[in-house]
Design a protein around this ligand. Sequence first.
Ligand SMILES: Nc1ncnc2c1ncn2[C@@H]1O[C@H](COP(=O)(O)OP(=O)(O)OP(=O)(O)O)[C@@H](O)[C@H]1O
Length: 228
Amino acid sequence: MPDTALEPASAPALELRDITTGYDRRVPVVREVSLTVADGEAVGLLGPSGCGKSTLARVAALLHRPWSGTVRLAGRTARGFRHRAPRELRTGVGVVFQQPRLAADPRLTLADLIAEPLRATGRRAEIPERLPELAASVGLGDDLLTRRPHEVSDGQLQRACLARALVLRPGLLVCDEMTAMLDASTTAALVATVERYRREHGAALLAVGHDRVLLERWCDRVVDFPAG
Ligand SMILES: Nc1ncnc2c1ncn2[C@@H]1O[C@H](COP(=O)(O)OP(=O)(O)OP(=O)(O)O)[C@@H](O)[C@H]1O
């Protein structure tokens, strides 16, 4: 059966097999790491700073190319990464990074930021329904939606980044230290939003972080890096 064929719903949301990768050919930062996130499962990935968690999360989100190993999303093998990642695989993964200011286009209003993946995939007709629904779910009022990133706090911008990550209804959400820069109440609000989304859509989660207490509370299981 070709890899592009639809697999049964029970295929794991994410399978990373023997991933080796890095930035400088001589020194891999991730060596032969394997990790599976089952359909609908929430997995926490724990590890000290600099061990390669974010790099692995970026591989899972098809944003960084592995030197060797395989990535399968919902049973489909990824053949391309970054701009070469096929749209049907890319849109199945939502990603939230630690630093919203590096992830958000400073020229866009929060409303446009959230809606941007719908525009980019030719689904702008869904914006009038999805935008208010997502803004409410992350706790962003209308007054904030018309502002640009420099006019809002980090926590408000991260709320918009989470809404954007959910706008295409991905089957897998990758949260890379999503709450590391946030206060306790914003952290609780964003975690609750992810939980609600997962309950409603049966989505899987890979949550990267170094706060064991948060990850153990949030996830079905926690894996210490290097996993595998
Ligand atoms: N763009 C890059 N170019 C070169 N080296 C990089 C790059 N990004 C990360 N690295 C290096 O790769 C290693 C792993 O980094 P990574 O960000 O994956 O670790 P991490 O476990 O997520 O750390 P943290 O918890 O501090 O975010 C580090 O030594 C880092 O310096």
